[in-house]
Design a binder for this molecule. Sequence first.
Ligand code: GRF
Length: 197
Amino acid sequence: ARIAVMASGRGSNLEALLKAFPHDNPLGHIVLVISDKREALALQKAVEAQVEAEYVPWPKSRDQGVAYKTGREQFERVAGQLLHEHRIDLILLAGFMRLLSPAFVQAWQGRILNIHPSLLPQFPGLNAQRQALEAGVSESGCTVHFVDAGMDTGPIILQRRVPVLPGDTEETLAARILEQEHLAYPEAVRRVLQGRV
Ligand code: GRF
């Protein structure tokens, strides 16, 4: 399978995925990385791994609602072209901080995955680790799921759990969860590619 990753930031999940799905993995390999942020470390990591790295802007203007839609249309048009050219089978969102349109998600139904740093359906959206601390839960973790038109909704593929410890800050909890993300995402992708989901 030919895999694309979309990432907006640091790209540590991308790194774990690049390790698990290099060019000689017969199950699947990453051939394309797309970012909506020119400065994303994820793009550098792709270049280092000799994988095609593309910055695709998500332009914004002042008028919020309309601008979001216009920016998204432009992003999806360009990204869609790249995905097509590279004959992509599977899209992995890895710290991609944008919501794709219902039409885009529909067109790729069952072929887009996302990772989220909580045990969904708990704490969707931004700052999931902070939400977990504020809720006072004793356990959190990460979730890999298929993407549907909602935010951090869609069928769950797998979860990994971690304890929330006394004295945890957002940073310590995030780090504990992130370690599990790096195991969970490759495992979930393997399951999907092997048809075990
Ligand atoms: C991860 O915590 C991921 O679950 C969330 O954004 C973060 C991305 O980190 N969606 P990285 O860019 O993969 O290091």
